[in-house]
Design a protein around this ligand. Structure first.
Ligand code: DGL
Length: 270
């Protein structure tokens, strides 16, 4: 099946999921939309996040995609259930995969979740975790300063370290978690800083690996996997600053991959 997989986020965060999709499904093509212009989604009311998410998916449907991955926790929390009922193609989010990965990781059953205000307010993670295991001790914390910092390209250095340290202080001081869910797809870009601040004993979970695995399973079950041989060409679209988006995405793929995938990046209006 030659059609691409659609991936959406409020900005550059979903590229952490796109990266993992490219790694696990190297023959599949991606069409990515980052709504950088209206990022962050975290502080926005639920109806607005739902509306913007639908606009990104409408854009992707015109590209004839075969599946949607909502690579944004905030949009997953507010829009996934409704979209599952109205879309004619498979759609998944990042919250269930993240919850599953955390449950696999924890040994002392004490799990922390960090995310945007919207994701934390929705209780989507606490609900997803409790559905699998009701005996977990879960602490959730909103980190509203992280996304604006990542969108500016500030991923390491003194300022990043300072903001991460100040924000995560309550988690460090008052809990004994052994597992921390990065409940926002922007946060893996601050991953090394978060790991340093939380200490080596805390296992940091990003949902991207598990989400890519689930994507692969869903494509297989629905006979949608690409079967031929090809060098895939990916298309990334941003609604915001093109140069900044290019800079951050090149940073992610250059640092992680030896061979750069073929990616075309363009600016769009939704
Ligand atoms: N990357 C997103 C998430 O996973 C959204 C961040 C934001 O726009 O506030 O929640």
């Amino acid at each position: 099946m030659k059609r691409a997989i659609g991936v959406i986020d409020s900005g550059v965060g979903g590229l952490t999921v796109a990266y993992e999709l490219m790694r696990q499904l190297p023959k599949e093509e991606l069409v990515y939309v980052g709504d950088t212009l209206r990022c962050p989604y975290g502080p926005r009311p639920e109806h607005e996040v739902r509306q913007y998410t639908k606009e990104m998916i409408q854009f992707l449907m015109k590209k004839n995609i075969k599946m949607v991955v909502i690579a944004c926790n905030t949009a997953t929390a507010f829009a996934l259930e409704e979209l599952k009922n109205i879309l004619p193609i498979p759609i998944i989010g990042v919250i269930q995969p993240g919850a599953r990965a955390a449950i696999k990781s924890t040994k002392n059953q004490q799990i922390g979740i960090i995310g945007t205000e919207g994701t934390i307010r929705s209780n989507a993670y606490t609900t997803a975790l409790a559905q699998i295991n009701a005996d977990l001790d879960v602490t959730a914390l909103a980190c509203p300063l992280f996304v604006p910092m990542v969108e500016k390209g500030i991923l390491k250095g003194d300022q990043a370290e300072q903001v991460v340290m100040e924000t995560l202080r309550p988690l460090k001081k008052t809990t004994n978690i052994d597992t921390l869910i990065l409940g926002c797809t922007h946060y893996p870009l601050l991953g090394p800083t978060i790991q340093r601040v939380m200490g080596e004993d805390v296992n940091i979970i990003s949902s991207s690996e598990e989400t890519a695995r689930e994507t692969s399973t869903i494509l297989e079950i629905n006979a949608l996997l690409y079967q031929g041989t090809r060098e895939p060409v990916h298309h990334f679209y941003t609604t915001g600053d093109l140069d900044l988006f290019k800079k951050i995405s090149h940073g992610i793929f250059h640092e992680e991959k030896k061979e750069l995938p073929q990616v075309h990046i363009e600016k769009i209006d939704l």
